[in-house]
Design a protein around this ligand. Structure first.
Ligand SMILES: [Zn+2]
Length: 270
């Protein structure tokens, strides 16, 4: 286990969270404001309600779902809700809750996993293939499209961490993430009751034990069990069956295409 970064980071997290509460709220507020501008056009007669929601520090779109439809993010309507194609695929959108590495809710008006349509269709085929070889299992998706504005807020919230270490948590928004295009996906395998398989490290675990490239070493020294490695291999096998590629440092992350291809084919969700 590599504790080199863990302790200073734990400290930085608590600092970052306290110090950045305000700035995060401001970010939320600006998102909220932008969204409300759209809302204002749609609901020109509900000014009272509009004022009420802009005065709140937290974005609350849940009550507006029916009128706002998919989202305030321009372009989200062009993406596909994976569960609309296959409701047997489970989702647990970590950034829509506080159960993530920042311990902060980051998505306020995204409560589904959205992907580019062709990417979503490939994921449906992955699910079918998984069922054909392991009928007791399902895909459990943690994240799909990630708006660039959210990624910027994450990057800013961690600004006490040097850039070379910060990229371990969040892609630098200057170069963008394939998640911003809706062409990357974070997921695991789970039993149909939603219980995730043991991968030997949790989602967004920054420790080296989460690195696929070091699995053999951790297996050899006993920090990963053969079952945990087999579980990761099964995830990679089913994802690769539809051409998804994994990265060396996160067992849960898969790209549908390269960054260059994404740039040509898709638009970034701002
Ligand atoms: Zn990812």
């Amino acid at each position: 286990m590599n504790f080199k970064y863990l302790f200073p980071l734990l400290f930085l997290f608590s600092c970052a969270q306290n110090e950045n509460k305000l700035s995060s709220q401001n970010d939320n507020f600006s998102l909220n404001k932008e969204s409300n501008e759209i809302e204002a056009e749609k609901e020109a007669n509900s000014n009272k309600e509009l004022k009420l929601s802009t005065s709140e520090s937290k974005v609350k779109f849940s009550s507006k779902k029916d009128t706002l439809k998919a989202s305030s993010y321009v372009g989200l309507d062009n993406l596909t809700d994976i569960q609309s194609l296959d409701p047997t695929i489970l989702i647990d959108l970590k950034y829509a809750s506080t159960d993530n590495f920042m311990k902060q809710q980051l998505y306020f008006d995204i409560d589904k996993v959205y992907l580019q349509k062709d990417v979503a269709e490939r994921i449906v085929k992955v699910q079918a293939y998984l069922k054909s070889i392991r009928s007791d299992l399902t895909l459990l998706i943690y994240d799909g499209v990630r708006p660039l504005s959210v990624q910027k807020a994450m990057w800013k919230a961690l600004d006490t961490i040097p850039v070379k270490d910060r990229v371990k948590f969040v892609s630098n928004p200057a170069s963008g993430s394939i998640h911003n295009y809706g062409a990357a996906i974070d997921l695991t395998l789970a039993y149909k009751n939603g219980k995730a398989l043991d991968m030997g490290a949790g989602y967004d675990d920054i420790r080296e034990i989460a690195y696929p490239k070091l699995e053999a070493a951790f297996l050899a020294n006993g920090e990963l069990t053969s079952q945990q490695v087999e579980n990761r291999k099964l995830l990679r096998k089913v994802m690769k069956s539809q051409g998804f590629s994994n990265i060396p440092t996160e067992w849960w992350h898969f790209n549908a295409c390269s960054r260059a291809q994404a740039k040509i084919k898709y638009k970034i969700l701002q």
